[in-house]
Design a protein around this ligand. Structure first.
Ligand code: AMP
Ligand code: TRP
Length: 325
C-alpha cells in the first residue's frame, strides 16, 4: 500500500487538522509506504507574504514531526522541491473538464472571498490529483472537506487510463472518526485557520486551550430532541482526546438527560491539554535544531523524486512524447 497526503503551509496546524487527518498520517505509518508533503505550490493560490513562506514551511514540518511523523518510517517533503508535480499537473489538466472543476465547493467558497480569482485556485484539484497520482498512491488520509477533490482525482485517473492505457490506481480516502471538526465559537461552520476564533492551534498554551473549550458554544435557541451541533462537536472531540470510558460516561449522562456541560468541558479541556502538551514540548525541542529539519526535508525530496521521475518517464511514453528520446 502506498499512502500519500498533503497539508498547506498556512501557519500553525489546528486540532481540526490533527483530528481529521494528521492523526491518521501518524497511525498509518505501520501500514504501508507513507509519503507526506507540505504543499507550498497549493499555498500560492491565496495572497501571501513571500518573506513569510520559508518560516511557514518550517512550522508545518515542525508540527508534523512533533505529532509523530517519523522520518525513519515516512518521507516528509516539500512539494516545490519535486518539480514533477507541476509537470504531471499539465498532463492531467488535459484530462480534466472545466465543468468538473466548476462544481468544486471549495473553489466556490474560496473564490467568493477574493477579488482576483486566479486560475490556480480553479485548477487546484488538478495539482492535488498530480500529487497523489505521481506516486501511484492508493490511500489518502484526509478530512471530509477533501473528499470531492479525491473523487475528481479518480475521474482524472480513470480518464487517463482509458485513453492512454492502465497507469494510475484509483486512490481511496481514509478518514478518522472526526473527519469534520466544527468551529468552537460557531458549530455550524468548519473549524479553519481563516475563521477568526474558531480553532485551537497545536501550539496554544494550556490556558488558551482550556479557555477555548470553556467558551465553546453548546446550545443556541430552544432545546430540541436532537443533540445540538455544539454538543455533538464536543462529543466528537471527546472521542479524539479522551478514553472510551469517559466518552461512555458522558454519553450515558446525555441519554439520561442530566449532562452537565461544565463537567464535560472541564474533562475534555484537560484531556486535550494532556494530549497536546507533549506535542508542544517535542515541537520546542525540534525547533532548536532547524538544520536537522532541513536535512529531513531534503533527503525525503531526493528519495521521492526517484519515484516521480519513474512515473513521468512512463507517462511520457504513454502519451507518445517519445520522439528522438
Ligand atoms: P488544510 O489545512 O486545508 O491543508 O488541511 C489539511 C488536512 O486537514 C486536510 O486533510 C483536511 O481535510 C483536514 N482538515 C482541515 N480542517 C478540518 C476540520 N475542521 N476538521 C477535520 N479535518 C480538517
Ligand atoms: N488540498 C488539501 C487541503 O487543502 C491539501 C492537499 C494537497 C492534499 N495535495 C494533496 C491532500 C494530496 C491529500 C492529497 O487540505
Amino acid at each position: 500500500m502506498r499512502i500519500f497526503s498533503g497539508i498547506q503551509p498556512t501557519g500553525a496546524i489546528h486540532i481540526g487538522n490533527y483530528a481529521g487527518a494528521i492523526q491518521n498520517w501518524v497511525r498509518m505509518q505501520g501500514e504501508g509506504e507513507c509519503l507526506y508533503s507540505i504543499v507550498d505550490y497549493h499555498a500560492l493560490t491565496i495572497p501571501y507574504e513571500t518573506a513569510e513562506m520559508p518560516r511557514r514551511v518550517q512550522e508545518a514540518a515542525l508540527d508534523l514531526l512533533a505529532c509523530g511523523i517519523d522520518p525513519e518510517k515516512s518521507r516528509l517533503f516539500v512539494q516545490s522541491q519535486v518539480p514533477e508535480h507541476t509537470e504531471l499537473t499539465w498532463v492531467l489538466s488535459c484530462c480534466a473538464s472545466i465543468g468538473e472543476l466548476n462544481r468544486m465547493t471549495q473553489f466556490k467558497e474560496k473564490s467568493e472571498r477574493v477579488d482576483f480569482i486566479n486560475a490556480g485556485l480553479f485548477t487546484y484539484p488538478i495539482l492535488m490529483a498530480a500529487d497523489i497520482l505521481l506516486y501511484k498512491a492508493d490511500t489518502v488520509p484526509v478530512g471530509e472537506d477533501q473528499l470531492q477533490h479525491l473523487e475528481v482525482t479518480r475521474v482524472f485517473a480513470r480518464r487517463f487510463n482509458s485513453q492512454f492505457g492502465e497507469t494510475f490506481p484509483e486512490p481511496q480516502p481514509r478518514m478518522t472518526t472526526a473527519p469534520r471538526i466544527m468551529a468552537l465559537n460557531d458549530p455550524t461552520r468548519k473549524m479553519s485557520k481563516s475563521l477568526e476564533g474558531s480553532a485551537i492551534m497545536l501550539s496554544d498554551s494550556d490556558e488558551v486551550i482550556l479557555r477555548h473549550v470553556k467558551r465553546a458554544v453548546t446550545d443556541v435557541g430552544a432545546k430540541t430532541d436532537e443533540m445540538s451541533p455544539g454538543v455533538k462537536n464536543l462529543f466528537t472531540l471527546l472521542k479524539v482526546f479522551s478514553p472510551a470510558e469517559t466518552v461512555a460516561h458522558f454519553q450515558e449522562q446525555y441519554e439520561a438527560g442530566n449532562l452537565r456541560y461544565k463537567e464535560l468541558k472541564e474533562t475534555l479541556g484537560q484531556d486535550m491539554v494532556d494530549t497536546l502538551a507533549p506535542i508542544r514540548q517535542r515541537r520546542e525541542e525540534l525547533a532548536a535544531r532547524p538544520s536537522q529539519i532541513c536535512e529531513i526535508l531534503h533527503e525525503s525530496a531526493r528519495q521521492v523524486r526517484q519515484l516521480a521521475r519513474e512515473t513521468m518517464a512512463e507517462v511520457r511514453q504513454k502519451l507518445g512524447l517519445t520522439a528522438c528520446s
